[in-house]
Design a protein. Structure first.
Length: 106
């Protein structure tokens, strides 16, 4: 299961409302970077036949089956620090991250 904090859920909900369409948040991983994997995040307009769906704080979270073992149990947060805003991932499966924080390994 993937969960969203209240802050992340509010951000997604507000964005989808302004956008006028969309089902929820798509979260996954791709192979890249110096440590192996990087998170992918996008607003979902459809659910594929193999995709997994979770609901967290009133928002649908969609994950492809290949990504789930790498991010199972992850909490997605939305942080505002001064002028910067970003989604942050708390993934219990991470064994290490690269120095720049852009990629991780499990």
């Amino acid at each position: 299961m993937i969960t969203l904090t209240e802050s992340a859920a509010t951000r997604v909900h507000n964005y989808l409302e302004r956008r006028g369409h969309g089902l929820g948040l798509r979260v996954g991983v791709r192979k890249t970077g110096c440590s192996g994997y990087a998170y992918t995040i996008d607003y979902a307009d459809e659910v594929g036949p193999d995709d997994l769906e979770f609901s967290s704080n009133g928002v649908k979270v969609i994950v492809d089956p290949d990504s789930l073992p790498l991010i199972e149990g992850t909490e997605v947060d939305f942080i505002k620090e001064g002028l910067n805003e970003s989604f942050r991932f708390r993934n219990p499966n991470v064994r290490g991250e690269c120095g720049c924080g852009e990629s991780f390994n499990v």
